[in-house]
Design a protein. Structure first.
Length: 164
């Protein structure tokens, strides 16, 4: 838990990011057991989970936070929109994106697979930074409730310590 990393991204006019919550990276959180990512997320009420990849264009969800756990392979993800940062992730890593945070895949190994999940099993929307999305998405982001649990650690962890 002590090695979590935190990133904050500003609204760039297209991708809003999140004005008050940081992106949390949990390096190697599941290094020993990446196959258990989905089970752990679900046990902490991060549900509506799926397995797959990451879109290769900037997108975000204005109505929910999203956790991504790398089940296999590795990838470079661009987080935070055009002005954001490229993060390299590998099997066992977890990235928690607060509502509004842009993300896209820059490159990935052929065996790259992630598990995504949402607090309370919220059905996510898909936004791509079109001008017509505002101001609705900005309200949406502000109104997204804080998760009750950290997706990795449950009743403790960075979500509890930093977000609430």
């Amino acid at each position: 838990m002590g090695n979590s990393q935190f990133y904050r991204f500003e609204d760039d006019g297209a991708i809003p990011n999140n004005p008050s919550l940081e992106v949390i990276v949990y390096p190697a959180a599941f290094k020993e057991n990446p196959q258990e990512i989905e089970t752990v997320f679900n046990s902490h009420d991060w549900t509506n989970s799926w397995t797959g990849g990451v879109f290769d264009y900037h997108h975000y969800h204005s109505n929910t936070h999203e956790v991504l756990g790398v089940r296999s392979g590795s990838a470079t993800l661009h987080i935070g929109g055009e002005q954001g940062e490229a993060l390299t992730v590998a099997a066992g890593d977890v990235v928690l994106l607060p509502a509004g945070t842009g993300h896209k895949k820059l490159e990935a190994s052929s065996d790259f697979e992630i598990v995504g999940a949402y607090p309370g099993g919220v059905s996510y929307n898909l936004k791509t930074g079109e001008p017509g999305e505002r101001p609705y998405v900005l309200e949406d982001i502000q109104n997204t409730p804080l998760p009750k649990n950290d997706p990795v650690f449950g009743s403790e962890g960075p979500v509890i310590e930093k977000w609430t």
